[in-house]
Design a protein around this ligand. Structure first.
Ligand code: COI
Length: 357
C-alpha cells in the first residue's frame, strides 16, 4: 500500500476563472490531478499528483470494452471564515469501496483515500471559488486497465482524482426543474449495479434523458425495472416528496443510489421534527396525490444538484404542477440548512464537515 504521495507541480499554471457566475458544472479543471495504479501482485503503487493532462490508456483496457469504471462526487467549500472544508468525505470513500466490490475493482484504504483528498484539495485551494453557491467539485474515479480482451475480474486498475470549480448543476439554479417520469427504459434492477456509482448506470440513462430534453424536460425520473411501478431516483439526484404532511423518499432497495445528500437530508429533516419515511412510493400513489392536491412539494438531492426543487412532473402525457411551480417551504429550509452547514454559515452540530486547511 502506498503511503507517500509524490507531487510534480505544473510549470504552466492556468488562469483561474474570474467570473464565478459563469462556472456552470464540470467544464473547468484545476492545474493538477491525483493518480495511482494497482496490480494484483503489488496492490496500489505510485501515488502521485501530476499536472492535469490527458491519460494514455491501452486500447484493449477493460474499461473501454466491459465498462469497469466507478466514480464519486464530493465538494470542497470555502467557508465564510476562510477555511476550506469537505462535506462528509468518508461517506464517499466508503461508497466507492462498495461500488468497487460490486464491479470487482480493488478496495481503497479509507485513511489513505482521505489523505489523497486532503492533499489534492490543499494543493488546489486557490481554485476553491469564493462566491455564494460555488465550490470545488472533486471527482474521484477508478477504472480497470488489464490490457487484454478476456472477460474477467480486474487485475490492474488506476485511481484518479480531478477537481473542477463549479456553480449550479442545473441551468435553472435553485428554480424548479421539469422532470419526465420514464415509462419505457429502465435504469437498474435489483441484483444489478443500481446501488453502485458506476458509469454504466449513467450510460443506460442517456437515451431517455435525451428524449426528455427534446420535449423540454430537465431530467428523467426512473421507475423500478421489475414492476415499472415504484419511484426510484432521477439519476443525477435522489428524490423526496411531501405528501399530505409526510416527507417520503424511495427506500434503498438495491437499485437506488444511496445518496450522501439524501442521507444527510433525511437526518436533518428528522432532527427538525418532520415525519420522514423511507418506503416504496408507487407511481399510482404519486399520481393520486398530485391530482388530489396532496402532493405539496417535490425535490431532488445530490452532491451536484444540492437540493433542487421539482416544479413539474410529467407521466404518460399528463403534466402535474407541484406547489404552483415555485420552491416549497420545506425545500427552501432544507437547502438553506444544508448549504449553511457546508459554507460554514450554520453551526455544524452533526460534525459533517472535514477541515482541510
Ligand atoms: C453527483 O451529484 O456528484 C453526481 O455524481 C451526479 C451527476 C453529476 C452524475
Amino acid at each position: 500500500m502506498c503511503e507517500e504521495i509524490k507531487i510534480t507541480l505544473t510549470s504552466s499554471p492556468k488562469e483561474k476563472p474570474v467570473d464565478e457566475t459563469k462556472l456552470g458544472f464540470g467544464k473547468i479543471f484545476t492545474d493538477h490531478m491525483f493518480m495511482m495504479d494497482y496490480s494484483a501482485d503489488k496492490g496500489w503503487f505510485d501515488a502521485r499528483i501530476v499536472p492535469f493532462a490527458p491519460i494514455p490508456v491501452h486500447p484493449a483496457s477493460t474499461v473501454f470494452h466491459y465498462g469497469t469504471e466507478i466514480f464519486e462526487g464530493l465538494k470542497a467549500y470555502r467557508t465564510v471564515n476562510g477555511e476550506i472544508r469537505m462535506f462528509r468525505p468518508m461517506e464517499n470513500i466508503r461508497r466507492m469501496n462498495n461500488s468497487a466490490e460490486r464491479l470487482c475493482l480493488p478496495q481503497l484504504d479509507e485513511d489513505f483515500a482521505l489523505k489523497i483528498l486532503d492533499t489534492i484539495v490543499e494543493l488546489e485551494k486557490d481554485w476553491v471559488p469564493h462566491s455564494d453557491g460555488t465550490s470545488l467539485y472533486l471527482r474521484p474515479f477508478m477504472y480497470g486497465n488489464d490490457p487484454h480482451l478476456g472477460v474477467h475480474a480486474v487485475h490492474n486498475a488506476t485511481f484518479v482524482v480531478i477537481c473542477s470549480p463549479v456553480g449550479a448543476y442545473y441551468a435553472e439554479g435553485i428554480n424548479p426543474v421539469k422532470i419526465a417520469i420514464e415509462s419505457e427504459d429502465v435504469r437498474a434492477v435489483k441484483g444489478g449495479t443500481g446501488y453502485a456509482k458506476c458509469g454504466g448506470n449513467y450510460a443506460a440513462s442517456l437515451r431517455a434523458g435525451e428524449k426528455a430534453e427534446k420535449k423540454g424536460f430537465t431530467q428523467v425520473l426512473w421507475l423500478d425495472g421489475v414492476h415499472r411501478k415504484y419511484i426510484e431516483e432521477v439519476g443525477s439526484m435522489n428524490v423526496m416528496f411531501k405528501i399530505d404532511g409526510e416527507i417520503v423518499t424511495p427506500e434503498l432497495t438495491g437499485s437506488v443510489l444511496p445518496g450522501i445528500t439524501r442521507k444527510s437530508c433525511v437526518e436533518l429533516l428528522k432532527s427538525k421534527g418532520y415525519k420522514v419515511s423511507e418506503r416504496l412510493i408507487s407511481i399510482d400513489e404519486l399520481e393520486e396525490a398530485a391530482k388530489s392536491g396532496k402532493l405539496e412539494e417535490a425535490w431532488g438531492t445530490g452532491t451536484a444538484a444540492v437540493v433542487s426543487p421539482i416544479g413539474w412532473l410529467s407521466y404518460k402525457g399528463q403534466e402535474f404542477t407541484v406547489n404552483n411551480g415555485v420552491i416549497g417551504a420545506v425545500t427552501q429550509e432544507l437547502y438553506d440548512t444544508l448549504t449553511g452547514i457546508q459554507w460554514g454559515k450554520t453551526e455544524d452540530t452533526l460534525g459533517w464537515c472535514h477541515k482541510v486547511c
